[in-house]
Design a protein around this ligand. Structure first.
Ligand code: C5P
Length: 313
């Protein structure tokens, strides 16, 4: 049995619209999700013991069963108990390059990599569809993280339709090290403030989904029209996160005041991103905003949009 090394790319949300409540307590969403090249690395091997062990030297990454990567390994052990008994436990080493609790699906990407890695290590032969079904049990973003690319995600975020390939654009990510936004808090606060405008009937959901999938942003993505894409970025969760997190609002204001294709908060934040045609423009703006913010607590990354999900290296 081999050990495997995998790359687990993060994502940004080009579009996030909350359209209503779901019977399972989650929100019905229409999102456009986009992979980025910035990725964690997961090394996976059999441990020889009946245990799942996580190694990671990032202080914010839990090493216990609260880690989504651990949950992914545990799910595989539970679904395939005979294989688990035969091969033994799983050692996971996580090299964290994606910022933690950032709205970039770092934890979800790690979990997706564990599903792919265990499938290979245990010779399970699960198809991408079967892996996606397991992924959806663990979290709303994990099915996307498996496949990656540029995708419309609906339902909880687990129903995926590929819409093109945007891997020509560059992105600056900015995040305050000490700011964390709880995803449940963001959705719950949104519900408290905006549930009056929620759609309640399935026909309404379908109409909204169709409006986005035939809408201007999807057309701009298909046409690779970068400036149109930048102008059509959208995220409902900004309405609750920006007023409550002045550091996030400040980053958004800074990026909005200079030349970018467009800027938006990713997911439930607190990362703010901006899009660019070239690496030089992205590097230059990251430098400028770093100076104008003047706060060592804020970190910057320059990366490229990507067309892939989990990759074996
Ligand atoms: O599925 P995931 O674990 O990523 O979701 C984290 C939290 O975000 C959920 O517990 C829920 O509060 C909120 N959420 C939601 N509707 C979704 C996805 C997430 O309300 N479609």
């Amino acid at each position: 049995m081999q050990s495997y090394s995998l790359l687990a790319p993060g994502k940004i949300n080009l579009y996030l619209e909350i359209i209503g409540d779901r019977p399972d307590g989650f929100h019905e969403l229409v999102m456009i999700l986009q992979s980025i090249e910035l990725a964690d690395r997961i090394d996976i091997k059999a441990s020889g013991t009946q245990k799942i062990t996580i190694y990671c030297d990032h202080p914010q990454v839990p090493l216990d069963e609260t880690n989504l990567a651990y949950k992914a390994a545990l799910l595989m052990c539970e679904v395939f108990p005979d294989v688990y008994a035969n091969y033994g436990g799983i050692d996971l080493r996580i090299t964290k390059n994606l910022p933690v609790a950032a709205g970039l699906a770092g934890g979800s990407a790690d979990a997706a990599a564990v599903l792919v890695g265990v499938n290979l290590m245990w010779n399970l032969g699960l198809t991408q569809l079967e892996l996606q079904e397991l992924a959806a049990k663990l979290g709303s973003d994990i099915p996307f993280c498996l496949n990656g690319g540029t995708v419309i995600a609906t339902g909880r975020g687990e129903k995926l339709d590929e819409i093109g390939c945007l891997d020509n654009l560059w992105v600056v990510l900015a995040k305050s090290k000490t700011t964390g936004v709880s995803t449940p808090w963001a959705y719950q606060t949104y519900r408290q403030q905006y549930s009056d405008s929620y759609i309640t009937d399935p026909d309404g959901f379908r109409h909204r989904r169709d409006r986005v999938s035939t809408g201007a942003l999807v057309q701009a993505i298909a046409a690779k029209d970068s400036s149109k894409i930048g102008g059509l970025l959208y995220n409902d969760l900004e309405k609750v996160v920006l007023p409550n997190y002045p550091q996030v609002e400040q980053l958004k204001t800074e990026f909005s005041s200079i030349e970018t294709l467009g800027t938006m908060m990713s997911g439930s934040g607190p990362t703010v991103f901006a899009l660019f045609e070239t690496k030089e423009q992205a590097d230059e703006v990251a430098k400028q905003v770093k100076i104008s913010i003047g706060d060592p607590d804020v970190e910057f990354w320059v990366t490229k949009l990507a067309s892939n999900g989990i990759q074996v290296i």
